[in-house]
Structure formats: C-alpha cells, structure tokens
Design a protein around this ligand. Structure first.
Ligand SMILES: Cc1cc2nc3c(=O)[nH]c(=O)nc-3n(C[C@H](O)[C@H](O)[C@H](O)COP(=O)(O)O)c2cc1C
Length: 292
C-alpha cells in the first residue's frame, strides 16, 4: 500500500498523481484557519529539503464544507491529517470528520508546534480522539522523541489503530552570507537524510507494538520502500520525492515488485519484517581486546 506523506501533494491540482495512490493523506487541518509561517518556507539542502510551512490550512469549517467533498470526488480513499494545540483541538477535528462518508482514516499529526510529544501527552491526545471518533486513528510520531518506542506503546494503549513514522527532524540552512535561509530560521528536514532515521524508528516501534505502521522518510525508490517493509512497515508513504517526480507512486510500485523478484520473494508479505530475523544478535559486552 502506497500513500503520500501529508503536506507533500496537492491532490486538487494533481489528481492524476493522487489516483496512483492507495489512499490520499490530506495536509494537516486544524480547527481554525492558519496562514502559516513567513517566507522563505522551503529550502533545498545537499541531503534533503527543509520546510517551515507552519501548518497553513483553511481550518475545519472550510475543509469539511469545501475541500473534503472535492477530494472525495477524486475517487481514492481519504485519510484526514489533523492537528492542533491541545487534546481538545485534535478531538474536535476528529469529531468533525467522523461522520463524513469516504474518509477512511484519521492521521493525528502529533508533531505540531506547541504540542508536547512526551508519551503521556501523546496518549492523552489519542485517548481524546478515540472518544470522539469511530474511524481508524493513526498516530504520526516525531523521530526526535527520546524514546519513540515508548511513545508507540503509550499511543497503542490509548486506543490508536496504527502508527505513521516518521515526521521531519529540525534542521537549519545558511545562505552564502551566513544568514538563515528560512523565515523561521529552522524548519523540518525531509528527504534522503531521513531514511536511516525512519528505518530505525520503524524497526524499534514494530518490536514495541503490534500496530500496523505506515513508514515514511526519504523514500525515493522501490528499494527504499522495500527496506521500510523489511523493518516492519505495513504501508509506505512518499513525500519529498513527489516535488520532483509526479509519477513516483507508480514508479516506486514497479520498482518494489522488481526488487522483490530479484530477492526471490513472491510478495510484499514475504518481505514484511524480514530484517528482524536477519539482524545479528547484539553484542552484550564490549570486546576491549579488539581495540587498536
Ligand atoms: C513541504 C512539506 C509539508 C509537510 N506538511 C506536513 C503536514 O502538514 N503534516 C504532517 O504530518 N507532515 C507534514 N510533512 C512531513 C511529511 O508528511 C513526512 O513525514 C516527511 O516529509 C518525511 O517523508 P519524506 O522524506 O518522504 O518527505 C510535510 C513535509 C514537507 C516536505
């Protein structure tokens, strides 16, 4: 199953790209409209992209009345990404989309500004949303948590149905005159640099929790998607690559099939979690004798 990463595809301007996906994930919607951050909001780096969009969105009312019906017309299942500044904000958003036909799931963007990402706070948000929604709830976690596996366990216990891993990491780019490029100075780093971080997060969370996992972070090829499946992802989302390749979903799907065949695997299921079986047992003690 291939999805887009939230905020990385405007399905209304690129419906053909959206139709290549198994589900379309919206940009994060908050109860009130948000204009977003001052420019510059996007910067390329050697290893990925920085963004400081600042959750620009039309707010709940316009989203539900105007945007959502147009998205549903595209004909792919819709996952609504919701955000806010308190558990009440998240629950309000969940309640607003709960009765909407065609919404297949809700992704809780737990990496919003001012949202405390401690396990207890993440669990409190998930519990509030669980009470407000009958839809499957995917908790999207930040790779910056000190122990992402503990957050995964906490949101599972609070009623999440799945995990989305991972959101961006904070980064900064300077221009030739050593001035920060982004209007907000720092922003979220996505793209290739995030892949090893995403692999580690999915690996850790799939050991800690039984929830299905949408893996994302730096996926550009079928091999990248396969690696996320190998560490435990049950679905893969693609983000930054969509800015340069609108055909990425179909291409990555084809490449994934070729990668599986090359490894003698007959289905994605056969690759699922395979890296866990192949991991070498961790060495219990430092072998000081081998130090040079
Ligand atoms: C321009 C841009 C906007 C984003 N907006 C959102 C957002 O609204 N909500 C969210 O949960 N993640 C957002 N993200 C993070 C992505 O969904 C994804 O977690 C991250 O980019 C890692 O995937 P990638 O390396 O394939 O891009 C955004 C990323 C980018 C690059």
């Amino acid at each position: 199953m291939i999805l887009n990463a939230s905020g990385c595809l405007d399905a209304l301007t690129a419906p053909e790209t959206a139709r290549q996906l198994d589900a379309f994930v919206t940009k994060t919607v908050t109860p009130l409209p948000r204009g977003g951050n001052p420019p510059v909001r996007i910067a390329e780096t050697d290893v990925g992209m920085l963004n400081s969009i600042g959750l620009a969105n039309p707010g709940r009312e316009i989203f539900v009345k105007e945007t959502l019906p147009r998205l549903l017309d595209i004909g792919v299942p819709i996952w609504v990404s919701v955000g806010g500044f308190s558990a009440t904000d998240y629950a309000e958003m969940c309640g607003a989309v709960d009765g909407c036909d065609g919404v297949a799931a809700v992704e809780l963007n737990l990496s919003c500004p001012n949202v405390d990402e401690a396990p207890e706070s993440a669990a409190e948000i998930v519990a509030a949303c669980r009470a407000a929604s009958t839809l499957p709830l995917y908790a999207k976690l930040s790779p910056a948590s000190w122990d992402i596996a503990e957050v995964a366990r906490a949101v599972e216990a609070a009623g999440a149905d799945g995990l989305s891993l991972v959101n961006t990491l904070r980064g900064l780019k300077l221009d030739a005159d050593l001035r920060p490029v982004l209007g907000t100075v720092t922003g979220g780093l996505s793209g290739p640099a995030l892949k090893p971080v995403a692999l580690a997060a999915v690996y850790a969370c799939s050991r800690a929790s039984a929830l299905p996992i949408v893996g994302m972070g730096g996926v550009q090829t079928g091999r990248d998607a396969l690696e996320l499946v190998a560490v435990g992802a049950t679905a893969v989302a693609i983000g930054t690559v969509l800015f340069s390749d609108p055909y990425a979903p179909g291409r990555i799907r084809d490449e994934l099939a070729a990668e599986l065949a090359a490894l003698g695997l007959s289905s994605v299921d056969q690759a699922s979690g395979i890296a866990h079986d192949r991991a070498l047992p961790a060495r219990k003690h430092l072998d000081l004798g081998s130090r040079v």
